[in-house]
Design a protein around this ligand. Structure first.
Ligand SMILES: Nc1ncnc2c1ncn2[C@@H]1O[C@H](COP(=O)(O)OP(=O)(O)OP(=O)(O)O)[C@@H](O)[C@H]1O
Length: 336
C-alpha cells in the first residue's frame, strides 16, 4: 500500500444564494437556499514513501481544498483518503504527529516569542526526544542559517527568515510527510534556492515524502520528479516533469556565439528572438526543424565560437496547458 492513497475524492462546498434588495434579503433569511460548488471532482492518486510531488493548477483549481483534506482540516464529501494507513480527518491527532505543514503566506510560529523559544515549545508539544531535537537543530541551523536570528522575536524577522524558521518548525518532529503550500512566495532568488536545497537534502537523507502546491514552476522543476496537475477540480496530468516538457515543450532555442558581429543572419526554419554583441538566440520548433540542419547552415556561412541548444522552460508549457492551448493525451497524462 502506498503512503498516501486518494480514491475518488470529492469535496462540495455549500454556498448560500443571496437575492437582491430588502425583500430578497428577508426571503434569504426566512427560506435559505443553497447551491453547490464542486471544488474537487473525483480525484484519485497514490504517493509512495520518499516521493516529491508538485501539485499544481490554476487559481481555484482545488489544490488547497485537496491538501486540507489530506491534512485532516476538511472532511471529504465522498471518496477515501488514507495517509500511512490512517484517515486524516478521523484520526486527526495521530495524523498530525506524522505530518508537517508549511504555509508560505502564514506563519505557525508564536509572534512575540524568540524563534528558539518556539522550538522549545514544539519540542514539548510533540514530545521530541532530546537527541532528535539536538540533531535536527544542528542540521537545520547549518543549512537554513538559523543562527542569524534564533534569539529574535518572530515579529522582527524578514519574510525570508520567517520562512526558514517556519520550515524548521514544521520538520522538528521528523514528520514522514511534509505539505508545502507556496513555500517560496515573495522570496528573493537566493532565499528560494536555499529553501529548495534544504528540501532536496531532507528528502535525500531522510526519505521524507513531500507534496508541494506552488505557482512557481522553478520550485517544481528543482525539487519534484513528479507533477499532478488539476483543473476545475479534476486531475488532468499525473507524471514526470521531464515527460511533459519533452512531449509538449515543442520550441527550442539555439544560442550561437559568432566570431564577429554579423548584422543580418538568415536562418530558415528559425526565428531570431534576441541578440547581444556577437551572440544571437534563435527559436525553432523541434518537430519541424532539425537542429543539425540549423547548425550546418550557420557553420557553412559564418565563423562560430560556441553553440548550445536550450531546453524548453516548464513555465511556458504549463502556461499553455492552463490557457487551453495544449490538450494532454490520456496515455501520457496517467489519468484513468
Ligand atoms: N470555504 C469555501 N466555501 C465555498 N467555496 C470555496 C471555499 N473554499 C474554496 N472554495 C472554492 O472552491 C474552488 C477551489 O478552491 P481552492 O482554494 O481549493 O483552489 P486552489 O487551487 O487552491 O486555488 P489558488 O491557487 O487560488 O489558491 C474555488 O472555486 C473556490 O472559490
Amino acid at each position: 500500500m502506498a503512503l498516501i492513497e486518494v480514491d475518488n475524492l470529492v469535496k462540495e462546498y455549500q454556498l448560500s444564494v443571496r437575492h437582491k434588495g430588502l425583500l430578497g434579503s428577508i426571503r434569504s433569511l426566512l427560506i435559505p437556499e443553497y447551491t453547490k460548488k464542486v471544488a474537487v471532482d473525483s480525484i484519485s492518486f497514490s504517493i509512495e514513501k520518499g516521493e516529491t510531488v508538485g501539485f499544481i493548477g490554476p487559481n481555484g483549481a482545488g489544490k488547497s481544498t485537496t491538501v486540507k483534506m489530506l491534512t485532516g482540516i476538511l472532511t471529504p464529501t465522498s471518496g477515501t483518503i488514507t495517509v500511512g494507513g490512517l484517515s486524516p480527518y478521523k484520526d486527526r491527532k495521530k495524523n498530525a504527529s506524522r505530518i508537517g505543514v508549511v504555509f508560505g503566506q502564514r506563519t505557525q510560529l508564536w509572534w512575540d516569542l524568540p524563534v528558539a523559544d518556539t522550538y522549545d515549545l514544539l519540542k514539548y508539544i510533540y514530545k521530541i526526544p532530546d537527541n532528535v531535537f539536538r540533531e535536527n537543530m544542528e542540521l537545520f541551523t547549518d543549512i537554513l542559517g538559523l543562527h542569524e536570528f534564533l534569539k529574535q522575536p518572530v515579529r522582527q524577522l524578514s519574510l525570508g527568515q520567517k520562512m526558514r524558521a517556519d520550515i524548521a518548525a514544521a520538520l522538528l518532529h521528523n514528520p514522514e510527510i511534509i505539505f508545502f503550500d507556496e513555500p517560496t512566495i515573495g522570496l528573493d532568488v537566493v532565499a528560494k534556492e536555499q529553501i529548495r536545497e534544504f528540501v532536496r537534502t531532507v528528502n535525500r537523507e531522510r526519505g521524507t515524502t513531500m507534496l508541494f502546491t506552488t505557482h512557481d514552476m522553478s520550485d517544481i522543476e528543482k525539487t519534484c520528479k513528479r507533477m499532478i496537475i488539476i483543473d476545475h477540480g479534476k486531475k488532468i496530468y499525473d507524471g514526470t516533469v521531464e515527460e511533459i516538457k519533452e512531449k509538449y515543450g515543442k520550441s527550442r532555442v539555439l544560442r550561437v556565439e559568432f566570431s564577429e558581429y554579423i548584422p543580418n543572419v538568415q536562418l530558415p526554419g528559425a526565428e531570431l528572438i534576441k541578440e547581444e554583441g556577437n551572440k544571437k538566440w534563435f527559436e525553432f520548433q523541434k518537430d519541424q526543424t532539425q537542429v543539425s540542419r540549423l547548425i550546418n547552415t550557420l557553420s557553412q556561412k559564418y565563423g562560430i565560437v560556441d553553440i548550445t541548444v536550450q531546453e524548453p522552460e516548464i513555465e511556458g508549457v504549463i502556461r499553455e496547458i492552463y490557457q487551453g492551448g495544449i490538450h494532454l493525451d490520456e496515455t501520457l497524462s496517467g489519468v484513468s
